[in-house]
Design a protein around this ligand. Structure first.
Ligand code: GTP
Ligand code: MG
Length: 368
């Protein structure tokens, strides 16, 4: 499968979002299908696939911190995205909230993809505290809207991602590098499974149906690397920001041929004990001697319980697009095998049979 026909797309939105996406692609390799989009034409100068948002409206100079201008720019230009996303079934969106384009255009793009039946997983940074209250407010204003529209979203506060000790320029660069390597590890996990395979359907279902999640990764080496990985994860501020009960945990271990079974066990047990012993747990490995010789990288994604009724009723008149998509797809569910619920009375809520898996009700094809 070539980079331009792959069903999973990495999409960078805004200037920092595009910079991070470029870093992910660099870390993963050229085979990754990737499109960048920004109101600032200079984000498209490096030869990647690029869509300029709001050409006439903003003349390629960026949205100047104005999310409304960026939203309108995105609305003008969404059709220009379509030829670049042909055949895409899952878009992994990388964006940075706080400025104009990341905050204003991301939501419009998610809605557009959603209307085309494309599932979306969003990694969104939120501003450093030192950037000031205005940027924080812009970011906060859009977070819950993104959460409602995207299939899964991971908010990553920049302060927690890299700490705030460095001077601004260094911190920004470190944030790009850190996030790029984290997302590229996640990419490897879904694209290049190792000896212990993730249950592909389960993981895809988790991802397209989870709402807000938490995401962190660590890299360790040395004789106690497995225990050290667990310690670091337990102390990771990114995993500590809990908002809802844990629904499921996905743990990926990326390592070379020297990964011992006992290490894998220690990591799996440690992560379960730390973040949820009685929730569903998926473990996957990637074996790559060249990339991980002597090192182990552990990626943890914690999915929080979705309050379906809250999500649907909180969407206002007409509901959000995810809900509308679910409704549109609900007509299909009558013809669908209800599996182990086939002998039970259906749980009908707003015309939907909730015992039919959401990905079927939404008519989302999981065969990436
Ligand atoms: N990690 C990282 N974050 C950055 C960098 N530059 C900006 N940011 C973050 O990204 C947020 C959005 O900034 P930009 O990406 O420059 O803004 P934009 O989305 O392009 O919006 P406009 O330029 O106003 O159109 C900022 O508030 C910062 O938190 C960077 O180089 N690295
Ligand atoms: Mg910009």
């Amino acid at each position: 499968m070539t980079g331009t026909t792959h069903p999973i797309l990495l999409l960078g939105v805004g200037t920092a979002g595009s910079r991070i996406a470029r870093g992910v692609r660099r870390a993963f390799g050229e085979s990754m299908r990737c499109v960048l989009t920004d109101t600032d034409a200079s984000s498209g100068l490096d030869g990647e696939e690029f869509v300029l948002l709001g050409g006439d409206r903003l003349s390629g100079r960026g949205a100047g911190g104005d999310p409304i201008a960026a939203r309108l720019a995105a609305e003008d230009s969404l059709q220009a995205l379509d030829p670049k996303i042909e055949g895409v079934r899952l878009a992994v969106i990388v964006t940075a909230l706080g400025g104009g384009t990341g905050s204003g255009a991301t939501l419009e793009i998610i809605k557009h993809l959603s209307n085309l039946g494309i599932a979306t997983i969003v990694f969104a940074t939120t501003p450093f505290l030192f950037e000031g209250e205005d940027r924080m407010r812009t970011s906060r204003g859009v977070m819950s809207l993104i959460e409602q529209e995207a299939n899964s979203v991971f908010f990553l506060p920049l302060d927690k991602l890299v700490g705030s000790e460095d001077v601004m320029e260094v911190a920004m660069k470190r944030a790009v590098d850190t996030l790029a390597s984290g997302v590229s590890l996640f990419w490897r996990l879904i694209q290049k499974p190792g000896y212990i395979r993730l249950d592909a359907d389960r993981i895809r279902r988790l991802m397209i149906d989870s709402g807000r999640g938490r995401f962190a990764f660590v890299t360790v080496q040395g004789p106690d690397r497995a225990s050290e990985a667990v310690d670091k994860l337990m102390n990771s501020e990114l995993l500590a920001i809990a908002s809802s009960p844990v629904n499921a945990i996905l743990c990926g271990v990326l390592a070379g041929e020297d990964l011992r079974l006992s290490e894998l066990g220690r990591i799996a047990d440690g992560v379960r004990e730390s973040f949820g012993e009685h929730v569903s747990f998926e473990l996957g490995t990637v074996n790559d001697e060249k990339a991980f010789c002597g090192r182990i990288c552990v990626v943890v994604m914690i999915f929080e319980s979705i309050q379906k009724s809250e999500k649907l009723s909180g969407a206002g008149v007409g509901g959000n697009r995810r809900a509308r998509g679910a409704k549109a797809a609900s007509g299909l569910s009558a013809a669908v095998d209800r599996g182990r619920f086939s002998n039970a009375a259906p749980t009908i809520w707003h015309g939907e049979d909730l015992d039919v898996p959401t990905f079927i009700r939404r008519n989302i094809n999981l065969d990436f």
